[in-house]
Design a protein around this ligand. Structure first.
Ligand code: SF4
Ligand code: SF4
Length: 339
């Protein structure tokens, strides 16, 4: 473990910027978001969490997959794979874990997505532990933690004027080359231990019986009741670090065009509308159920893990205060015999 003075951060980032696209939390109005920075001074590391997760750095809201032009003798294709080297600084542990979940989708046994995977392989993640988890955080209920290093290359622990730096991977170590940072002594390690012990998520969500309830309660009246309040705005899905639904469109003019991938959401009726006019998820009830089922049942069936990291963004962003922790509790208590 090493020590980095906070007043070294700006010069360290400035050193990285010529070699990498560096992304960090920056203040935008009342919120923080991850943006590519041009100078180390733009980074703000004393933040709670970003409104939109850093997911969009590897899986952008909108991206050109390829462009094409029809010419005599064939079609010319130009692929748009982004091969730039990136560093993301200030990633919270829940968001780092979300990349491990997205890997299962975009780099799975059946499908490999070169657009996501190329960015993923070229990106180094520098984490920042959470000294004070927000009231909406519940990562510890999902086998995460405010100082979990899972999925990170470096983890910073804020101990006052310094960060204790845990080097997790060789790629992380390379980012510090030339810095000649001192090894953390007993005092710094004690300070980090104290910070970690005092960082607790205020809510514990009991997920014990949830999967069984979801397996048997597809037709339970609870879904209509829960969905009654939902506006179908999809703020919960657009701010979620693990949601990954997308739509693909061609934007064409004359003999040329581009194929573009855009984020989409299961909360929208058009998402499942067939060309015939039939919609298998015709009302808010089916769409609300799908969102919960996907995260806590289908993803578990397909990949053996829950697709939620407990970041709390959906709770913060919901305009009608639908709280996923309460939704889980209500479903867990709904009918159906416990196994
Ligand atoms: S479902 Fe909500 S709490 Fe879970 S990862 Fe998505 S935004 Fe975060
Ligand atoms: S943010 Fe709230 S109201 Fe909007 S779709 Fe999600 S649960 Fe429904």
């Amino acid at each position: 473990m090493l020590l980095l003075n906070k007043d070294q951060i700006t010069s360290w980032l400035n050193k990285l910027i010529p070699a990498y696209q560096v992304f960090a939390p920056v203040k935008e109005g009342d919120y923080f978001c991850f943006q590519q920075i041009r100078s180390g001074e733009q980074a703000v590391l004393n933040y709670t969490n970003s409104r939109i997760p850093p997911k969009e750095i590897l899986f952008p809201r909108s991206e050109k997959l390829f462009c094409y032009r029809c010419e005599t003798g064939g079609v010319q294709l130009t692929e748009q794979v982004d091969e730039s080297k990136k560093v993301v600084v200030g990633v919270r542990p829940c968001d780092a874990k979300s990349f491990l979940l997205l890997d299962k989708v975009f780099n799975g046994d059946q499908y490999v997505d070169p657009y996501y995977l190329t960015r993923r392989n070229n990106t180094v993640l520098v984490g920042l532990g959470c000294n004070q988890p927000a009231a909406t955080c519940f990562c510890t209920s999902l086998s995460g933690g405010p100082f979990s290093a899972e999925g990170l290359d470096l983890l910073f622990v804020d101990i006052g004027d310094q960060y204790l730096v845990e080097v997790v991977t060789e790629r992380g170590k390379e980012l510090l080359s030339g810095m000649e940072l001192p090894v953390a002594g007993q005092e710094a390690q004690e300070a980090a231990r104290a910070v970690k012990e005092s960082a607790v998520c205020s809510t514990l969500v009991d997920l014990g019986g949830l999967k069984y309830r979801l397996d048997v309660n597809f037709d339970d009246p609870i879904w209509a009741l829960l969905a009654e309040k939902c506006l179908g705005c999809a703020a919960c899905t657009y701010t979620c670090p693990t949601c990954h639904c997308f739509d693909i469109v061609d934007e064409a003019a004359g003999k040329e065009g581009c194929r573009i991938r855009n984020w989409d959401a299961c909360m929208f009726p058009l998402f499942t509308l067939h060309g015939s006019g039939h919609n298998p998820r015709p009302t808010g009830k089916e769409r609300f159920r799908q969102r919960i089922m996907h995260k806590f049942k289908y993803f578990v069936d397909n990949y053996g893990t829950i697709a939620c990291v407990g970041c709390g963004r959906c709770i913060l962003s919901c305009p009608v205060n639908l709280d996923i922790r309460q939704v889980i509790e209500q479903i867990s208590q709904a009918g159906g015999d416990q196994q």
